[in-house]
Design a protein around this ligand. Sequence first.
Ligand code: RIB
Length: 300
Amino acid sequence: MKAVVIGSMNMDYTMVVDHLPARGETVTAVRLRTSAGGKGLNQAVALARLGVEVVMVGAVGDDASGKALLGNLPKDHIPDFAIKKVDDSTGNAFITVDSQGHNTIVVYPGANYKLDMGWVESFKGEIASADFVVMQMEIPLDTVVSSIELAHSLGTTVVLNPAPALPLPPEIYPMIDLIVPNETELTLLTGQNDVLEGARKLLEMGAKAVVVTLGSSGCLYEDTSQEILVEGFKVNAVDSTAAGDAFIGGLLSALGRREDIRTAMTFANAVGAITVTRPGAQESIPTYEEVKDFLRRRGA
Ligand code: RIB
């Protein structure tokens, strides 16, 4: 099973705080951590740890952060041939995490915004031979839209995690096989506050299937013939960073193994749950064996 991830690569600067600052408030962090992140790279790492062959299409700057991100790839068996080196700083994310594991994230895109369609098109062969292409929205919107069109024209399954959410051209929805928003993104894309209404609206807009992530409450699947809610696992959360990315890796790896949708949702919930029990982005994402062990212990 092979996936092409077209997306962002960031260096994350995480400050651990007692509570998230309110507007105008200064808070003192108890810890500062630097780690590899970016929604695209996190999803690539999750897929790789869960047994999927991954090609990462992305961009980094010619700086220490870029070198560090590239240097991490071999341990997850992710090749770097489709990662562009550009004259800009590598993307940065500034994250605050509170004592309940909730976070806020501000991203400076840097090199990620130089990921252009010319570069993506040079990996057309990889896209054509992949089982699915996964995208998020921390790269230029034009590149996301054109990549969806390209993957769709090549007959490769298109998966979009619309994060951070931006309005998409209406004609693009029918080319999306699976869209995976969280509740905030769902509301922004559909104008609906109700999760079921929002998921149905995405189907009306043309997406073939929808999975809405509901944090610790689990996830909802919706297509034109079925609606499935799978509850999440209760865990002690320390840091929710990359939980959504890990969930997507879990879901797609399970669907790639031809598991039915309910089993795949349970597996993805487990991946997300394990991720929130550990600090950081990529270092918190579990392996396949860790997920199977978690599910066994939970009797799932
Ligand atoms: O989804 C989590 C990620 O969002 C972080 O790793 C950060 O880099 C931002 O892109």
